[in-house]
Ligand binder design. Structure first.
Ligand code: ATP
Length: 987
């Protein structure tokens, strides 16, 4: 490959790669015109800045090597660190982070950016908004911020942030009710509900362009606002492809609370033809019911009344029901039930409007019935017309409700518009979008380059080497009247017989020699336009249909006659002559006019640019391997701006300003009597700068030269400041030194006196301390000795007592043991003695028994020998027994007698007396009986035998006599006892 300048062996370079965009490598050989690079594949080579900061630079113009890979690498390095914003001069590049970064947009951030110098803080949308606001306030000029980028790049999000920040700067805090800025912010959700849809590239893709104009009063407060919208994608209402969705409002309404669905006879979105062409009904992380309620709240805030909201959703529901009408072949169009209450129009009129067409010829009026395919087209056209009118009504309503400020002198406009589009198949929408971008690019060119060139021309400096691609020729190709593509398209639309083929042929013929128009070789209906951002091939097939904007007369009649005042309000009756003269209106030319008006507005403002970029792959490291980014930067004019900025003279100053600022660099030049221009030239030459230009009134500097001059100026000023500082410091220091020295001497003498006093005092204290120490030591030593001694004595006492107690205990135990032993021995001896005694007794008994037995045997033998002995023995035994009994009886008696002594004595005395009386009586009777007996003997015959009675009486007398004797003895004994008793008792 060819070697670019400033590349040598060992250089680190970027090499173009067909898929990865750029890969880095190292040059290892340069021969003739060839550079050999490791990892080379024969593509373009750019030098790599090995000293570039790893985190990237916040402004691309600060890069040492400004080329595509350098730019891309810088963006990638920053994106890696979540730095999604980067400047390119005054243009802000915003890369979609695909993740919420709340810290970037909180109130704290807003506070930081408020009034901060541009470039002082990291690049940010707030910085751009702040610059616009400050410029407006300071210069009293209107400003605009143009946000562009491809679908999903983050335009809408960026616009929201801008609006929030501008509302923060220009809002009225503490105002009651709905403020303008609140209404402006809340208009977003309303417009998004009706103008946004899920597409393949973005779940919340805005299907229209938008220009919000914030009007400010003289105090810089927001006093009014206007929203302008561009080119709503109408075809989406009737036609969607998987996995896209129709406009959000349809799904929100189908998910509305049951009473609302009931009112509009709605149900599952799958049951509607306009929604079920795609299988996507829900969005991840979005609750349509919630969104419905939020949209209604936002509608409240922007001032849409309850009735109007109802009417709006009634129209939305009607469009859904309209889509379900089907047509069959036949004379009569077959329709499913026409739910007339939805649009409040007559079912028959609806049917007529959908399938009948009236043609007025000079001769007659012909009514023609459409075939089913055409009827479907008619139905869809009706739906699209109603929807786009509804959308326009919403925008108008928002504008009238927010209100315009006729006294406002300045505005800040924010443009959120689709970026350049180039797909495989490009249709009318892409044509319009790219036309818009050509317009904006021209505006960009005019602003950045043309202004630059005009300035250079005015100043009569040489600018010939700055080239830029002027796209006026492309714009002519598209919009020139007559003869441009739009004009030809309108023409073709007005010719009933035109087809897309005739239209394409017309284009080929008209533009066959146009540099910007190319006819693809194999196609009959497509054409290619060489746009500033690249070539785009359009398919002309649907251009005619899509360009037609008129409302079919039958539809107009139907809708004007609607019983719903809202619907009839959307379609006011056309003035007689306009309906007659032309029922044609073209989207292309309407859009052209809108763009012209937008451009006029933009041209009257100071523009600021934000380019949103969408990494193809949200994975961070992939960004660098993303050729599409380069394309987006190219389309956004970023690369061109960088190139021009480097090639041109970005810095310029009037001679006066220059001399005022940089005169210090060459005081001799200032002192010399030179013309301003010459003086400037001399200063620049003295500084050794090259490539600058001197105009008629200004000095033009190349990129970086201003910084260099500033650095030199800072150096000179710094040196001068240092000299002055040195002198002043010397003077001050000397003065301070003398005063200090004087003060030091006084202080020293005073301090020395104090020190001597202190020393004496210290010595005295030391001596005293020694004495105290000595006494204290002796005292402590004695105290500790006494304590030790008393402790020893106590210990000894304790030990001795312990020993004595032990000895005493031992002796006591010994004594007890002896006693126990003695008792034990005595017990043993006693036991032994008793056992001996017992044994002796037993032995004696045994012996005696043996002896007695022997004696008994002898006695028995003797007794047996004599019966008398035996009788005697019996007698003796009886006697012994009687004696024994008598003894016991006597004992008993004696005992009883002892107890009853006194009574017994008396008793016995009584008994004695009685017995004496008896004795006397007995004696008397004996005498009597003896007397009687003698008398009887004397009287009885002489032979009479003795009778036994007498014997008896005799015996009785004898016994009585014996008894009397014994009683006498007994009485005597008792007398003796009684006489003796007092004496015994005394004893
Ligand atoms: N600054 C940001 N912070 C966080 N997420 C963002 C940011 N910018 C964009 N996004 C994400 O990217 C998505 C697409 O962004 P946005 O809708 O703004 O794109 P757009 O350029 O307006 O697309 P379209 O042209 O299709 O409307 C957003 O829904 C959001 O998820």
């Amino acid at each position: 490959m060819a070697a670019p300048v400033n590349i040598i062996v060992g250089s680190h370079v970027w090499v173009e790669h067909p898929e990865l965009a750029w890969v880095d490598g190292e040059v290892f050989k340069i021969s003739a015109e060839e550079v050999h690079v490791h990892t080379t594949n024969g593509q373009t080579v750019f030098p790599k800045d090995t000293e570039a900061p790893p985190g990237g630079v916040d402004d691309m113009t600060k890069l040492s090597y400004l080329h595509e890979p350098g730019v891309l690498h810088n963006l990638a390095a920053r994106y890696e660190l979540n730095e999604i914003y980067t400047y390119t001069g005054n243009i802000l590049i915003a890369i979609n982070p695909f993740q919420r970064l709340p810290h970037l947009y909180d109130t704290h951030m807003m506070e930081q950016y408020k009034g901060a110098q541009f470039g002082e803080l990291s690049p940010h949308v707030f910085a751009i908004a702040d610059v616009a606001y400050r410029a407006m306030i300071n210069e009293g000029k209107s400003n605009s911020i143009l946000v562009s980028g491809e679908s999903g790049a983050g335009k809408t999000e960026t616009t929201k942030m801008l609006m929030r920040y501008l509302a923060y700067l220009g809002g009225r805090s503490g105002v009651e009710g709905r403020t303008v800025e609140q209404q402006v912010l809340e208009s977003n959700p309303v417009l998004e509900a009706f103008g946004n849809a899920k597409t393949v590239r973005n779940n919340n893709s805005s299907r229209f362009g938008k220009f919000v104009e914030l009007q400010f009063d003289k105090n810089g407060r927001i006093s009014g606002a206007a929203v302008r919208t561009y080119l709503l994608e109408r075809s989406r209402v009737c036609q969607i492809s998987d996995p896209e969705r129709n406009y959000h409002c349809f799904y929100l309404l189908c998910a509305a609370p049951p009473e609302v669905r009931e009112k509009f006879k709605l149900g599952d979105p799958k049951s509607f033809h306009y929604l079920n062409q795609s299988n996507c009904y829900a969005l991840d992380g979005v609750d349509d019911t919630e969104e419905y309620l939020a949209t209604r709240r936002a509608m409240d805030i922007v001032g849409i009344s309850e009735e109007e909201q109802d009417a709006i959703f009634r129209v939305v529901a009607a469009i859904l029901h309209l889509g379900n009408i089907e047509f069959a072949k036949g004379e009569e169009a077959d329709s499913s039930v026409i739910k007339d209450e939805k649009s409040r129009c007559d079912a028959k009129s609806l049917e007529d409007a959908l399938i009948n067409r009236v043609m007025v010829t000079p001769e007659e009026v012909i009514t023609r019935t459409l075939d089913p395919v055409a009827a479907v087209g008619s139905r869809d056209a009706l739906a699209k017309t109603v929807y786009s009118r509804l959308f326009d009504w919403l925008v108008d309503k928002i504008n009238s409700s927010i209100g315009q400020d006729p006294n406002s002198r300045t505005i800040i406009g924010v443009l959120d518009i689709y970026g350049f589009e180039s797909f495989k198949l490009n249709s009318f929408e892409q044509f319009c979008i790219n036309f818009t971008n050509e317009k904006l690019q021209q505006h960009f060119n005019q602003h950045v380059f043309k202004m630059e060139q005009e300035e250079y021309t005015k100043e009569e400096i040489n600018w010939s080497y700055i080239e830029f691609v002027d796209n006026q020729d492309v714009l002519d190709l598209i919009e020139k009247k007559p003869g441009g593509i739009i004009a030809l398209l309108d023409e073709a639309c007005m010719f009933p017989k035109s087809t897309h083929e005739t239209f394409a042929q017309k284009l080929y013929q008209t533009f066959k020699s146009n540099k910007r128009f190319i006819k693809p070789k194999l196609s009959r209906t497509s054409f290619t336009i060489s746009h500033y951002a690249g070539e785009v091939t359009y398919l002309a097939d649907l251009f005619l249909d899509k360009n037609k904007d008129y409302v079919v007369a039958e539809h107009q009649v139907l809708l004007t006659a609607s019983k719903c005042p809202f619907v009839s309000g959307l379609f006011p009756p056309l003035p007689e002559e306009s309906s007659k003269s032309s029922k044609f209106s073209s989207i292309g030319s309407r859009f052209k006019l809108q763009l012209q008006s937008l451009m006029e507005t933009l041209n009257s403002t100071e523009p600021h640019y934000i380019r949103c970029v969408k990494p193809n792959n949200a994975l961070r490291p992939a960004i660098f391997e993303n050729a599409n980014i380069i394309q987006q930067l190219r389309c956004g004019g970023v690369l061109e701006a960088i190139r021009i900025s480097c090639a041109g003279y970005p810095t310029r100053r009037t001679f006066y300003e220059f001399l005022h600022r940089f005169g210090v660099l060459a005081p001799d030049v200032l002192d010399g009597n030179y013309d301003d221009k010459v003086a400037c030239e001399k200063i620049l030459d003295k500084m050794g700068l090259k490539g600058y230009q001197i105009g008629k009134t200004k000095v033009f500097l190349r990129a970086g030269q201003m910084a260099e001059l500033d650095a030199r100026r800072a150096e000179v000023l710094g040196n001068a400041a240092r000299i002055i500082q040195r002198q002043i410091r010397t003077y001050i220091a000397r003065k301070e030194f003398i005063a200090l020295r004087k003060a030091a001497i006084v202080l020293q003498s005073y301090w020395r006196g104090i020190l001597a006093c202190k020393l004496y005092e210290q010595l005295r204290r030391e001596a005293a301390a020694l004495k105290i120490q000595k006494n204290f030591h002796s005292y402590t030593a004695r105290t500790s000795y006494l304590t030790a001694r008393s402790s020893a004595i106590q210990l000894q006492t304790g030990l001795r007592a312990m020993v004595a107690r032990n000895e005493f205990r031992f002796r006591k135990q010994t004594k007890a043991a002896i006693i126990i032993e003695a008792y034990l021995r005595r017990h043993i001896a006693c036991s032994y003695y008793k056992s001996l005694k017992k044994a002796a007794v037993i032995t004696q008994c045994g012996w005696r028994r043996r002896v007695a037995r022997r004696e008994l045997r002898n006695l028995k033998m003797a007794a047996r020998e004599t019966g008398a002995l035996k009788e005697a023995k019996d007698k003796l035994e009886k006697h012994v027994e009687e004696l024994t009994w008598r003894l016991q009886f006597e004992k008993q008696l004696r005992t009883n007698l002892e107890e009853e002594k006194a009574q017994e004595i008396a008793k016995l005395q009584d008994a004695l007396q009685a017995m004496q009386l008896q004795v006397e009586e007995a004696n008397f009777r004996i005498l009597k009986e003896q007397e009687a007996a003698r008398k009887a003997i004397e009287e009885a015959p002489p032979i009479v035998k003795e009778t036994p009675v007498i014997v008896h009486d005799t015996e009785k007398i004898e016994s009585l006599t014996a008894e009397v004797d014994s009683l006498k003895v007994c009485t005597l004994n008792w007398v003796i006892i009684i006489v003796k008793l007092p004496f015994d008792l005394q004893v």
